[in-house]
Write a protein that binds this ligand. Structure first.
Ligand code: AKB
Length: 358
Protein backbone atom coordinates (compact mmCIF):
# COMPACT_ATOMS: atom_id res chain seq x y z
CA UNK A 1 0.00 0.00 0.00
CA UNK A 2 1.66 3.25 -1.10
CA UNK A 3 1.10 6.34 0.98
CA UNK A 4 -1.19 8.93 -0.55
CA UNK A 5 -0.10 12.45 -1.51
CA UNK A 6 -0.57 13.47 2.08
CA UNK A 7 2.14 10.95 2.97
CA UNK A 8 -0.33 9.20 5.21
CA UNK A 9 -1.41 5.66 4.69
CA UNK A 10 -5.14 6.09 4.11
CA UNK A 11 -7.13 3.90 6.44
CA UNK A 12 -8.75 1.46 4.08
CA UNK A 13 -11.11 -1.16 5.36
CA UNK A 14 -10.39 -3.44 2.47
CA UNK A 15 -12.86 -6.10 1.57
CA UNK A 16 -11.61 -8.49 -1.05
CA UNK A 17 -12.58 -7.54 -4.58
CA UNK A 18 -14.08 -10.69 -6.02
CA UNK A 19 -11.79 -12.23 -8.63
CA UNK A 20 -10.40 -10.05 -11.39
CA UNK A 21 -13.70 -8.24 -11.93
CA UNK A 22 -13.99 -5.05 -9.93
CA UNK A 23 -17.13 -4.69 -7.83
CA UNK A 24 -19.49 -1.99 -9.07
CA UNK A 25 -19.93 0.84 -6.61
CA UNK A 26 -21.28 4.32 -5.98
CA UNK A 27 -18.62 6.71 -4.63
CA UNK A 28 -19.57 9.33 -2.02
CA UNK A 29 -16.92 11.91 -1.12
CA UNK A 30 -17.35 14.11 1.93
CA UNK A 31 -19.24 11.11 3.29
CA UNK A 32 -18.83 12.20 6.90
CA UNK A 33 -20.44 15.58 6.34
CA UNK A 34 -24.01 16.68 7.00
CA UNK A 35 -25.43 15.60 3.65
CA UNK A 36 -23.26 12.47 3.52
CA UNK A 37 -24.95 11.04 6.64
CA UNK A 38 -28.41 11.32 5.13
CA UNK A 39 -27.48 10.45 1.55
CA UNK A 40 -25.61 7.25 2.48
CA UNK A 41 -28.58 6.08 4.56
CA UNK A 42 -30.78 6.42 1.46
CA UNK A 43 -28.29 4.96 -1.02
CA UNK A 44 -27.36 1.96 1.13
CA UNK A 45 -31.04 1.08 1.51
CA UNK A 46 -31.27 0.56 -2.26
CA UNK A 47 -31.00 -3.11 -3.25
CA UNK A 48 -27.77 -3.85 -5.05
CA UNK A 49 -26.14 -0.48 -4.26
CA UNK A 50 -22.63 -0.75 -2.85
CA UNK A 51 -21.50 2.55 -1.37
CA UNK A 52 -17.79 3.35 -1.20
CA UNK A 53 -17.23 6.31 1.06
CA UNK A 54 -14.38 8.77 1.29
CA UNK A 55 -13.76 11.49 3.83
CA UNK A 56 -10.90 13.42 5.37
CA UNK A 57 -11.79 11.84 8.74
CA UNK A 58 -12.84 8.39 9.87
CA UNK A 59 -16.58 7.92 9.41
CA UNK A 60 -19.04 7.71 12.27
CA UNK A 61 -19.48 3.93 12.90
CA UNK A 62 -23.18 4.16 12.10
CA UNK A 63 -22.37 5.61 8.65
CA UNK A 64 -19.42 3.27 8.12
CA UNK A 65 -21.64 0.24 8.71
CA UNK A 66 -23.77 1.26 5.73
CA UNK A 67 -20.80 1.31 3.35
CA UNK A 68 -19.10 -1.44 1.34
CA UNK A 69 -15.80 0.28 2.03
CA UNK A 70 -14.41 3.52 3.42
CA UNK A 71 -11.28 5.50 2.62
CA UNK A 72 -9.80 8.21 4.82
CA UNK A 73 -8.12 10.75 2.59
CA UNK A 74 -8.22 13.99 0.66
CA UNK A 75 -9.89 14.50 -2.72
CA UNK A 76 -6.73 16.42 -3.68
CA UNK A 77 -4.80 13.15 -3.31
CA UNK A 78 -4.96 11.91 -6.89
CA UNK A 79 -3.00 8.76 -5.98
CA UNK A 80 -5.60 7.76 -3.41
CA UNK A 81 -8.41 8.40 -5.87
CA UNK A 82 -6.61 6.32 -8.53
CA UNK A 83 -6.17 3.48 -6.03
CA UNK A 84 -9.81 3.61 -5.02
CA UNK A 85 -10.99 3.65 -8.63
CA UNK A 86 -8.68 0.73 -9.47
CA UNK A 87 -10.50 -1.33 -6.84
CA UNK A 88 -14.07 -0.53 -7.86
CA UNK A 89 -16.03 -0.07 -11.06
CA UNK A 90 -17.60 3.29 -10.23
CA UNK A 91 -20.79 4.10 -12.12
CA UNK A 92 -21.91 7.05 -10.05
CA UNK A 93 -20.24 9.71 -7.93
CA UNK A 94 -21.80 11.97 -5.31
CA UNK A 95 -19.06 14.53 -4.75
CA UNK A 96 -19.97 16.22 -1.48
CA UNK A 97 -16.49 17.13 -0.21
CA UNK A 98 -16.08 20.90 0.04
CA UNK A 99 -14.83 23.77 2.18
CA UNK A 100 -17.88 25.98 2.78
CA UNK A 101 -18.24 29.75 2.49
CA UNK A 102 -17.17 31.02 5.91
CA UNK A 103 -14.24 28.62 6.34
CA UNK A 104 -13.20 29.34 2.75
CA UNK A 105 -12.76 33.05 3.52
CA UNK A 106 -10.04 32.29 6.07
CA UNK A 107 -8.12 30.03 3.65
CA UNK A 108 -9.26 30.87 0.11
CA UNK A 109 -6.39 29.13 -1.65
CA UNK A 110 -7.03 25.97 0.37
CA UNK A 111 -10.70 26.23 -0.54
CA UNK A 112 -9.69 26.41 -4.21
CA UNK A 113 -7.50 23.31 -3.86
CA UNK A 114 -10.25 21.26 -2.22
CA UNK A 115 -13.25 22.65 -4.08
CA UNK A 116 -11.80 22.98 -7.60
CA UNK A 117 -8.63 20.87 -7.89
CA UNK A 118 -10.28 18.08 -5.92
CA UNK A 119 -13.34 18.26 -8.16
CA UNK A 120 -11.22 18.21 -11.31
CA UNK A 121 -9.23 15.22 -10.00
CA UNK A 122 -12.45 13.35 -9.57
CA UNK A 123 -13.92 14.40 -12.91
CA UNK A 124 -10.74 13.33 -14.73
CA UNK A 125 -10.62 9.94 -13.01
CA UNK A 126 -14.34 9.44 -13.52
CA UNK A 127 -13.89 10.09 -17.24
CA UNK A 128 -11.11 7.47 -17.25
CA UNK A 129 -13.43 5.09 -15.40
CA UNK A 130 -16.01 5.66 -18.13
CA UNK A 131 -13.50 4.79 -20.83
CA UNK A 132 -12.47 1.65 -18.99
CA UNK A 133 -15.95 0.25 -18.41
CA UNK A 134 -17.52 1.77 -21.50
CA UNK A 135 -20.36 3.59 -19.75
CA UNK A 136 -20.65 7.24 -18.78
CA UNK A 137 -20.26 7.98 -15.07
CA UNK A 138 -23.17 9.84 -13.49
CA UNK A 139 -21.51 12.68 -11.53
CA UNK A 140 -23.61 14.53 -8.93
CA UNK A 141 -22.24 17.90 -7.84
CA UNK A 142 -23.91 19.95 -5.07
CA UNK A 143 -23.47 23.58 -5.95
CA UNK A 144 -24.83 26.44 -3.89
CA UNK A 145 -26.69 29.74 -3.77
CA UNK A 146 -23.19 31.05 -3.02
CA UNK A 147 -22.61 31.25 -6.79
CA UNK A 148 -24.90 34.30 -6.79
CA UNK A 149 -23.41 37.72 -6.02
CA UNK A 150 -26.05 40.45 -5.65
CA UNK A 151 -24.40 43.90 -5.39
CA UNK A 152 -26.64 45.53 -2.76
CA UNK A 153 -29.79 45.08 -0.67
CA UNK A 154 -31.94 47.20 -2.98
CA UNK A 155 -31.08 44.97 -5.94
CA UNK A 156 -31.59 41.88 -3.74
CA UNK A 157 -35.11 42.97 -2.79
CA UNK A 158 -35.98 43.89 -6.41
CA UNK A 159 -34.55 40.62 -7.76
CA UNK A 160 -36.70 38.35 -5.58
CA UNK A 161 -36.37 34.71 -6.70
CA UNK A 162 -33.43 34.57 -9.12
CA UNK A 163 -33.06 32.25 -12.11
CA UNK A 164 -29.95 30.11 -12.75
CA UNK A 165 -28.53 32.64 -15.26
CA UNK A 166 -28.70 35.76 -13.07
CA UNK A 167 -26.16 37.56 -10.82
CA UNK A 168 -23.35 35.03 -11.32
CA UNK A 169 -20.59 37.13 -9.72
CA UNK A 170 -19.97 35.40 -6.37
CA UNK A 171 -18.51 37.33 -3.44
CA UNK A 172 -16.86 34.31 -1.76
CA UNK A 173 -14.13 31.90 -2.84
CA UNK A 174 -16.57 29.07 -2.12
CA UNK A 175 -19.06 30.63 -4.56
CA UNK A 176 -16.31 31.11 -7.16
CA UNK A 177 -15.27 27.47 -6.65
CA UNK A 178 -18.79 26.12 -6.98
CA UNK A 179 -19.34 28.13 -10.19
CA UNK A 180 -16.04 26.74 -11.52
CA UNK A 181 -17.17 23.23 -10.59
CA UNK A 182 -20.37 23.72 -12.56
CA UNK A 183 -18.44 24.83 -15.66
CA UNK A 184 -15.94 21.98 -15.26
CA UNK A 185 -18.72 19.42 -15.01
CA UNK A 186 -20.46 20.76 -18.10
CA UNK A 187 -17.10 20.71 -19.97
CA UNK A 188 -16.37 17.09 -18.99
CA UNK A 189 -19.83 16.08 -20.09
CA UNK A 190 -19.96 17.91 -23.42
CA UNK A 191 -16.44 18.85 -24.60
CA UNK A 192 -13.80 16.79 -22.76
CA UNK A 193 -10.65 16.30 -24.92
CA UNK A 194 -12.48 17.93 -27.82
CA UNK A 195 -9.67 17.55 -30.34
CA UNK A 196 -8.32 14.15 -29.25
CA UNK A 197 -8.77 11.43 -31.86
CA UNK A 198 -9.48 8.82 -29.19
CA UNK A 199 -11.95 10.91 -27.19
CA UNK A 200 -15.03 9.29 -25.68
CA UNK A 201 -18.28 11.18 -26.21
CA UNK A 202 -19.94 12.25 -22.95
CA UNK A 203 -17.85 10.21 -20.47
CA UNK A 204 -19.58 12.15 -17.70
CA UNK A 205 -23.30 12.61 -17.11
CA UNK A 206 -23.06 15.77 -15.00
CA UNK A 207 -26.00 16.67 -12.76
CA UNK A 208 -25.89 19.64 -10.42
CA UNK A 209 -28.18 21.31 -7.89
CA UNK A 210 -27.57 24.75 -6.36
CA UNK A 211 -28.56 24.12 -2.75
CA UNK A 212 -29.81 26.83 -0.39
CA UNK A 213 -29.09 26.75 3.32
CA UNK A 214 -29.86 23.25 4.61
CA UNK A 215 -31.33 22.43 8.02
CA UNK A 216 -30.82 18.97 9.49
CA UNK A 217 -32.36 17.64 12.71
CA UNK A 218 -29.55 15.10 13.04
CA UNK A 219 -26.39 17.11 12.47
CA UNK A 220 -25.11 20.65 12.83
CA UNK A 221 -23.36 22.36 9.90
CA UNK A 222 -19.93 23.89 10.29
CA UNK A 223 -18.06 26.47 8.28
CA UNK A 224 -21.05 27.79 6.42
CA UNK A 225 -22.64 31.24 6.44
CA UNK A 226 -26.20 29.96 6.33
CA UNK A 227 -25.45 28.06 9.56
CA UNK A 228 -27.34 30.63 11.68
CA UNK A 229 -30.66 28.93 10.87
CA UNK A 230 -29.82 25.44 12.13
CA UNK A 231 -27.56 26.78 14.88
CA UNK A 232 -30.41 28.84 16.38
CA UNK A 233 -32.78 25.87 16.39
CA UNK A 234 -30.32 23.37 17.86
CA UNK A 235 -29.15 25.87 20.52
CA UNK A 236 -32.73 26.53 21.67
CA UNK A 237 -33.50 22.82 21.81
CA UNK A 238 -30.50 22.34 24.13
CA UNK A 239 -31.37 25.34 26.29
CA UNK A 240 -28.25 27.17 25.14
CA UNK A 241 -28.16 30.93 24.50
CA UNK A 242 -27.59 31.81 20.86
CA UNK A 243 -26.15 35.02 19.41
CA UNK A 244 -27.20 35.22 15.75
CA UNK A 245 -24.45 36.62 13.51
CA UNK A 246 -26.82 38.27 11.01
CA UNK A 247 -29.51 40.95 11.28
CA UNK A 248 -33.14 39.98 11.97
CA UNK A 249 -34.19 41.07 8.45
CA UNK A 250 -31.63 38.80 6.71
CA UNK A 251 -33.38 36.58 4.19
CA UNK A 252 -32.06 33.68 2.09
CA UNK A 253 -33.62 30.39 0.94
CA UNK A 254 -33.40 27.24 3.06
CA UNK A 255 -34.64 23.68 2.84
CA UNK A 256 -34.67 20.63 5.09
CA UNK A 257 -32.03 17.94 4.76
CA UNK A 258 -34.60 15.29 3.75
CA UNK A 259 -35.73 17.56 0.91
CA UNK A 260 -32.12 18.20 -0.12
CA UNK A 261 -31.36 14.47 -0.34
CA UNK A 262 -34.73 13.87 -2.01
CA UNK A 263 -33.86 16.49 -4.64
CA UNK A 264 -30.41 15.02 -5.30
CA UNK A 265 -31.75 11.48 -5.69
CA UNK A 266 -34.68 12.60 -7.83
CA UNK A 267 -32.36 14.42 -10.24
CA UNK A 268 -30.00 11.42 -10.11
CA UNK A 269 -32.70 9.09 -11.41
CA UNK A 270 -34.26 11.42 -13.98
CA UNK A 271 -34.03 10.25 -17.62
CA UNK A 272 -31.28 12.32 -19.28
CA UNK A 273 -33.52 13.20 -22.21
CA UNK A 274 -35.79 15.11 -19.82
CA UNK A 275 -32.98 17.36 -18.62
CA UNK A 276 -32.64 20.63 -20.53
CA UNK A 277 -29.71 21.88 -18.40
CA UNK A 278 -26.92 20.59 -16.17
CA UNK A 279 -27.45 22.99 -13.25
CA UNK A 280 -30.72 23.50 -11.36
CA UNK A 281 -32.03 25.71 -8.57
CA UNK A 282 -34.22 24.10 -5.92
CA UNK A 283 -36.18 26.11 -3.35
CA UNK A 284 -37.80 25.15 -0.05
CA UNK A 285 -38.69 28.24 1.99
CA UNK A 286 -37.24 31.74 2.43
CA UNK A 287 -37.47 32.88 6.06
CA UNK A 288 -35.88 35.92 7.64
CA UNK A 289 -33.70 35.33 10.68
CA UNK A 290 -36.58 36.90 12.62
CA UNK A 291 -38.93 34.18 11.27
CA UNK A 292 -36.54 31.60 12.70
CA UNK A 293 -36.52 33.46 16.03
CA UNK A 294 -40.35 33.61 16.14
CA UNK A 295 -40.76 29.89 15.39
CA UNK A 296 -38.04 28.95 17.87
CA UNK A 297 -39.60 31.09 20.63
CA UNK A 298 -43.04 29.59 19.98
CA UNK A 299 -41.61 26.13 20.58
CA UNK A 300 -38.96 26.95 23.16
CA UNK A 301 -40.38 29.94 25.13
CA UNK A 302 -37.33 30.05 27.38
CA UNK A 303 -34.93 30.23 24.46
CA UNK A 304 -32.35 33.01 24.66
CA UNK A 305 -31.76 34.41 21.17
CA UNK A 306 -29.86 37.65 20.54
CA UNK A 307 -28.63 39.34 17.35
CA UNK A 308 -25.09 40.64 16.93
CA UNK A 309 -24.32 40.96 13.22
CA UNK A 310 -20.83 39.97 12.09
CA UNK A 311 -20.18 42.51 9.28
CA UNK A 312 -18.25 40.09 7.09
CA UNK A 313 -20.69 37.19 7.34
CA UNK A 314 -23.60 39.63 7.03
CA UNK A 315 -22.16 40.95 3.76
CA UNK A 316 -21.98 37.39 2.42
CA UNK A 317 -25.61 36.67 3.30
CA UNK A 318 -26.69 40.05 1.84
CA UNK A 319 -25.03 39.05 -1.47
CA UNK A 320 -27.10 35.88 -1.70
CA UNK A 321 -30.64 36.01 -3.16
CA UNK A 322 -33.83 36.20 -1.07
CA UNK A 323 -35.00 33.14 -2.95
CA UNK A 324 -34.40 31.13 -6.12
CA UNK A 325 -36.62 30.33 -9.08
CA UNK A 326 -36.82 26.53 -9.37
CA UNK A 327 -39.22 26.38 -12.34
CA UNK A 328 -36.69 24.46 -14.48
CA UNK A 329 -36.30 21.71 -11.85
CA UNK A 330 -40.09 21.43 -11.48
CA UNK A 331 -40.53 21.28 -15.24
CA UNK A 332 -37.67 18.93 -16.14
CA UNK A 333 -37.63 16.40 -13.30
CA UNK A 334 -40.68 17.00 -11.15
CA UNK A 335 -39.00 18.71 -8.23
CA UNK A 336 -41.32 19.71 -5.40
CA UNK A 337 -40.35 20.46 -1.81
CA UNK A 338 -42.20 18.41 0.82
CA UNK A 339 -41.53 20.91 3.64
CA UNK A 340 -42.53 24.55 3.73
CA UNK A 341 -41.31 26.58 6.75
CA UNK A 342 -44.14 25.55 9.07
CA UNK A 343 -43.97 21.88 8.02
CA UNK A 344 -40.19 21.95 8.42
CA UNK A 345 -40.66 22.81 12.10
CA UNK A 346 -43.82 20.83 12.85
CA UNK A 347 -43.28 17.65 10.82
CA UNK A 348 -39.50 17.32 10.73
CA UNK A 349 -37.43 19.42 13.13
CA UNK A 350 -39.47 19.39 16.32
CA UNK A 351 -40.18 15.64 16.51
CA UNK A 352 -36.57 14.68 15.79
CA UNK A 353 -34.78 17.47 17.63
CA UNK A 354 -36.79 17.11 20.84
CA UNK A 355 -36.19 13.34 20.71
CA UNK A 356 -32.49 13.96 20.17
CA UNK A 357 -32.03 16.41 23.06
CA UNK A 358 -34.83 15.15 25.28
C1 AKB B 1 -22.75 27.85 3.27
O1 AKB B 1 -23.36 28.51 4.10
O2 AKB B 1 -21.61 28.10 2.87
C2 AKB B 1 -23.46 26.65 2.67
C3 AKB B 1 -24.16 27.06 1.43
C4 AKB B 1 -25.24 28.05 1.47
O3 AKB B 1 -23.85 26.55 0.37
N1 AKB B 1 -24.39 26.09 3.63
Amino acid sequence: MSPGKSGMFPAVHDRPVSGLRRSRAVLVTGAGGEMGHSLIAELSARPGTAVVAMDIRELDPAVRSQCENAFVGDVCDAQLLERLLAMYEVDEVFHLAALLSTRGEFAPETAHQVNVVGTMNLLKLSAEQARSHGRSVRFHFPSSIAVYGIPNLKTKQQAGAVREDQFLEPHTMYGVNKLAGEHLGRYYERHYRKLAKDRMDRPIDFRCIRFPGIISADTLPSGGTSDYGPEMIHAAAQGHAYSCFVRRDSCIPFMTMPDAVHAMLKLASAPKEQLTQCVYNVAGFAPTAEDFERLVMERFPKANVSFVADPGRQAIVDSWPENVNDAAARQDWGWNASHDLQQAFDDYLMPLITARYG
